[in-house]
Every structure is written in C-alpha cells, then in structure tokens.
Design a protein around this ligand. Structure first.
Ligand SMILES: [Cu+2]
Length: 154
C-alpha cells in the first residue's frame, strides 16, 4: 500500500466515526441524550426494557415525565435496587435529571419498562419511543434493539 492510499483509508475511517458520534447524541434544550438501547423480547414475553443516558447541562433540574411506544400498552419508569439481600423493582412517577448532572438508565438500575408489547421486538430492530420532559419538552428517540442475555432482566 502506498502512502496516499493509507491516508485515504484513515480519512474514510475517521469520517465514519465522526458521523456515528454525532448521530449518537440528541440535544433537547439543556439535555443531551445518548446510549439508547432496547432489549429484544425473549420468546413468549410481552415485556421488555430500554436504557439511555440523560445529561443535563442546565442549571435547573428537569424531569422525565412519560414515555410512549406505539407497540406497548404502557411504558413505565422503573428503579431497581438492593433492599437487604433482595433486588427490588419499583415504578417511579417521574425521574429527576439533576442540574449539571446526569442519570443513566442501565441494566440493574433505572430502566424503562415496556409493558404489553404486542409483537416481539427483534434483535437489530429500531425501536422508536417518545419521551416527554417537564422543561425540555418532547422528543422521539431511536433505541436499537439487542438480545441481551444474563441475569439482569430489567
Ligand atoms: Cu422493570
């Protein structure tokens, strides 16, 4: 390979990285949203979960109020934590995103729970959900679906 081919090769790789980086973040008012992921439904299950990172660059807190998904009866905001030696899951009425802070929804912690999913969510599917924040407003987000195995089902 001569030098100019190698250079072109790196330029191509670099621009692909930059494009995927800019696509991965959504700005909504003071909020910056990234790392969306949905869990593909397990066989026979009508429930699934989804995750994302919400960063608040503003000096006032915001709140995630509601989430909707056209194929689910309901999407709930859940928290999972250890109480004694038991893992407990509870539904939150809203989720605060602190000023100049962030909340990460991830397996074993906070998550979005899709209830009554009508047709299976397949691996590789682009799940579109709508999130409503108290201050930043409403946004449609794509959650790429993956089949995740492991002990954390939520
Ligand atoms: Cu849950």
């Amino acid at each position: 390979m001569n030098r100019s081919i190698i250079q072109k090769f790196f330029i191509v790789i670099c621009s692909v990285c930059c494009i995927s980086l800019t696509n991965a973040q959504t700005k909504l008012g003071n909020l910056q949203i990234s790392k969306q992921m949905a869990r593909a439904t397990a066989p026979g299950q009508s429930m699934s979960s989804a995750y994302l990172l919400i960063e608040n660059k503003g000096s006032t807190p915001d709140r995630l109020l509601t989430v909707t998904y056209s194929r689910a009866k309901e999407v709930q905001i859940h928290e999972m934590k250890m109480e004694g030696d038991k893992m407990m899951m509870r539904q939150l009425t809203s989720l605060e995103i602190p000023a100049n802070g962030s909340v990460e929804l991830k397996p074993g912690g906070y998550h979005l729970m899709m209830m009554g999913v009508q047709e299976p969510i397949k691996d590789g599917e682009q799940v579109k959900m709508t999130l409503q924040f108290e201050k930043a407003g409403k946004v449609d987000l794509i959650f790429p679906a993956q089949s995740l195995s492991g002990k954390h089902m939520h």
